[in-house]
Design a protein around this ligand. Structure first.
Ligand SMILES: *Cc1c(COP(=O)(O)O)cnc(C)c1O
Length: 810
């Protein structure tokens, strides 16, 4: 019999770390010190699993998947690590010795916010699933010194603050002193003397990429995975001269020129930043990662000829697309492989996920800039393009426009390299992230590529990890699920389907509603703590949380809020369903319109929340600093999930999945994964409104006239007139002229006015349904029950089987 000694083990280890690692007398330890000590004790256990997992992968020469992503929006690790090791109880006991709860401790950990939004959070959910499924895998990214900016609100406006998440170090990373690679930039290329020979790149500068590993624990397995992040370090020799001459300021400046590559995350998630430093960041982490991959391969295999049999490299969007040229460079220039052989291997090795349909959001780089920063890679891209266009011409002779659209280089005006085209040509599989998005990819922006290679395009609908987004974020609902279904849903989310019958059981519905009420109170407390607003925890909690972007249409939501406000004033004795409308989200620092929308939300909130005629019937709350940890409180407390993007603009969404998983009903357009969510939960348990994608397209083509709608819709006119005339900004009546003008005169690019009526009337249906609390609970339960397919485990299982051909080992 194995004695259960883990509690004493963890408690003992904690005391040992307090004394030896943290350096504090155990009776003097506050929450930060206890957190550090428990984390160190947990780290030890993870480290041992890590060594075992790696040794096993090495011994079996496993085929591995490498997930390259510019962003990983991880959030906190403490709670997740404890859950993965099954150590929550032991840790709680260890904390209790110091009169602390686990919540006290966890709150002290800063979020690792190395990403902007959905794309980065997806990468983090995927790491969790890859570890849990036991896929031999690595994530690769950048160890940003400063992650996503922290948002505060001052005078209704977003203010950005640096996110110095590493200030006090982190127990979850392991610096790998021995692992580093040179990454070169600039200079010129010595062309081969003979055609087909090796080119010599003579770079102008070199920086070292140093590896820092973050441990990614798997759940229900002793497998762990690795997120390897690169930090830029100036080469030791570079500043010696200035240092020797005593000019320390100059030495520091030179050092900074190199090290700024990994300083800060670009606070933007859809448009290319267009800055040279961003290109350097992309190449920096991609080059270091691929050098590392080749080095690992050569430790296990005598040759690179079988690279594609042992290595799958995945491009999370086009940010690492330069990897296609980099692998070619390494194989041909450094390892002497023939171009044709290298190209076959490269294409078989890469796969690519697209994340946007909006052409203006596709990444391109000016040829001139690329020539300046990566001259050898530009040559390689030109050659790839030359051979690709020759192939394409053979399929559609004499169609010049076809070739123009396919080219890796856009002509007409400034020449630019199209990173999506490079990714497609360099990959054997390309996927979208929801069924609609994948269908539209091959019908619209990538139709020419799909004509050439229909078999390369596929769909991988996104998912989220149930460990963080249900087990960790929603302990109340989780324990109800455990009582009802057992604990297996954590690793097999399809087991939630068994709830379909539990919804008929009134005592289950009551317990379910109680859990929701508890979580609403927790959310109400967060609102009160952050902005000082009291909200009624029995009102309908209507939630839109995501990056602030015109296509996501927070402004449409606000038009409904103002409509409701005006109608309450017009009809003060009406039987209004009380609502609390909750927003959270960051705007890119350079995105003026998104920042105006944040300010307008605050101005409208100031009017409505202080209007005594409205009372508790309508409240508007903007929770600052949206991020993973804030989301973990919001998702469980939400009742209505706003997923209202213009049809055809949201690739998938994952916030929609997290909210439904926590029992919120969706009000949404037929966009992204909303469509699949609707199919999974049933038409009666989702509120769909608005134009569909083909209808939006048809109206665009026919010449959409928002002004017409404005003139014909008195309710809408009254709302827009109120905004435009300064009803919410009396101190500056013109403040929102620009916002309204963009709708009326600027063409209303995202069709807010077209969808307004349908949206507002659907909100009335929401009210009606909510009044029948029992019917609402049944629908909420049906939402949870239908969420099995939206586990990231399902998504990663499909990638592993259909794209990566890597074996899960659970
Ligand atoms: C899930 C998530 C997102 C993505 O939300 P969408 O609604 O899909 O855009 C963005 N940020 C954070 C912090 C998240 O957790």
């Amino acid at each position: 019999m194995k004695p259960n000694t883990t509690e004493t083990d963890l408690a003992t280890a904690t005391e040992r770390h307090l004394l030896n690692t943290v350096g504090v007398a155990p009776d003097q330890a506050g929450a930060p010190e206890v957190l550090q000590a428990v984390s160190q004790a947990v780290r030890e256990q993870l480290s041992q699993r890590w060594v075992r997992t790696q040794a096993n992968d090495r011994a079996t020469k496993a085929r591995r998947v490498y997930y390259l992503s510019m962003e990983f929006l991880i959030g906190r690790t403490f709670g997740n690590a404890l859950a993965s090791l099954g150590l929550q109880g032991d840790a709680a006991a260890a904390a209790e010795k110091h009169a602390k709860t686990l919540e006290d401790l966890a709150a002290g950990e800063p979020d690792a916010a190395l990403g902007n939004g959905g794309l980065g959070r997806l990468a983090a959910c995927f790491l969790d699933s890859m570890a849990t499924l036991g896929l031999p895998s690595f994530g690769y990214g950048i160890r940003y010194e400063y992650g996503m900016f922290a948002q505060s609100i001052q005078g209704g406006r977003q203010v950005e603050h640096p996110d110095s998440w590493l200030e006090n170090g982190t127990p979850w990373e392991f610096p790998r002193a021995g692992i580093g690679y040179p990454v070169c930039f600039g200079g010129w290329v010595e062309q081969p003397a003979l055609p087909g020979g090796k080119a010599q790149w003579r770079p102008a500068a070199e920086v070292n990429a140093k590896a820092y590993d973050m441990v990614i624990p798997g759940h229900g397995t002793d497998k762990v995975s690795t997120l390897r992040l690169w930090k830029a370090v100036a080469p030791a020799h570079i500043d010696l001269h200035a240092f020797n001459s005593g000019d320390y300021a100059r030495a520091a400046e030179v050092k900074n020129q190199f090290e700024n590559i990994s300083w800060v995350l670009y606070p933007n998630d859809s448009t290319p930043a267009g800055r040279e430093l961003r290109l350097r960041q992309e190449y920096f982490f991609t080059s270091a990662s691929i050098q590392d991959i080749l080095a690992r391969h050569l430790e296990e295999h005598p040759t690179l000829d079988n690279l594609h049999e042992k290595v799958a490299i995945h491009l999370n969007d086009t940010h690492p697309a330069i990897g296609v040229a980099e692998l070619m460079r390494l194989l041909v220039d450094q390892h002497g492989m023939a171009w044709e052989a290298a190209w076959k291997i490269t294409q078989q090795t890469f796969s690519y996920t697209n994340h946007t349909l909006m052409p203006e959001a596709l990444e391109t780089w000016a040829v001139d800039l690329m020539h300046h920063v990566l001259p050898r890679h530009l040559d390689i891209i030109f050659r790839i393009n030359h051979e690709f266009l020759a192939f394409a011409a053979s399929k559609k002779p004499d169609d010049v426009e076809f070739l123009r659209r396919l080219s890796l280089v856009s002509e007409g005006g400034e020449k630019r390299v199209r990173m999506a085209n490079l990714s497609i040509v360099g990959s054997h599989m390309i996927n979208g992230v929801s069924q609609l998005h994948s269908d539209l990819l091959v019908q619209t922006i990538f139709s020419d590529f799909a004509y050439l290679w229909p078999e390369r395009f596929t769909n991988m609908t996104n998912g989220v990890t149930p460990r963080r987004w249900l087990a960790q974020a929603n302990p109340k609902l989780s324990s109800l699920l455990d009582q009802t279904l057992g604990q297996g849903w954590r690793l097999n989310l399809d087991e939630l389907a068994k709830l379909k019958t539990a919804g008929d059981n009134s005592s289950f519905r009551i317990a379910f509603a109680e859990a929701k009420q508890h979580n609403k109170s927790r959310l109400a407390a967060l609102i009160h703590k952050t902005i000082g607003l009291q909200v009624d925890p029995t009102s309908l909690f209507d939630v839109q949380v995501k990056r602030i972007h015109e296509y996501k249409r927070q402004l449409l939501n606000l038009l409904h809020v103002i409509t409701r406000y005006q109608e309450i004033l017009d009809n003060p004795n009406g039987d209004w369903q009380p609502r609390t409308v909750i927003f959270a989200g960051k705007a890119a620092s350079s995105y003026h319109m998104a920042k105006q929308i944040i300010r307008l939300i605050h101005d409208v909130a100031a009017v409505i929340n202080n209007d005594r005629r409205v009372g508790d019937r309508l409240k508007l709350a903007f929770i600052p600093n949206y991020g993973v940890s804030v989301a973990e409180v919001i998702m469980p407390g939400a009742e209505l999930s706003e997923q209202i993007s213009t049809a055809g603009t949201e690739a998938s969404g994952t916030g929609n999945m997290k909210l439904a998983l926590n029992g919120a009903l969706t009000i949404g357009t037929l966009d992204g994964a909303n469509i699949e969510i609707g199919q999974a939960v049933g038409d009666d348990n989702i509120f769909i409104f608005g134009l569909r994608t083909p209808e939006v397209e048809a109206q665009r083509r026919a010449g959409y006239q928002p002004m017409r709608i404005y003139e014909e819709n008195a309710r809408l006119k009254s709302v827009l007139d109120a905004i435009a005339s300064g009803a919410f900004s009396p101190d500056e009546p013109d403040r929102y002229r620009g916002v309204v003008d963009a709708l009326l005169w600027g063409g209303d690019h995202y069709f807010l006015l077209a969808d307004y009526d349908s949206y507002v009337s659907t909100q009335l249906q929401v009210d009606r349904r909510f009044r029948d609390r029992d019917a609402w609970a049944r629908s909420a339960i049906a939402n949870v029950a239908g969420m099995g397919p939206f586990s990231a485990d399902r998504t990663i299982g499909q990638y592993a089987e259909q794209i990566w051909h890597v074996q899960p080992r659970r």
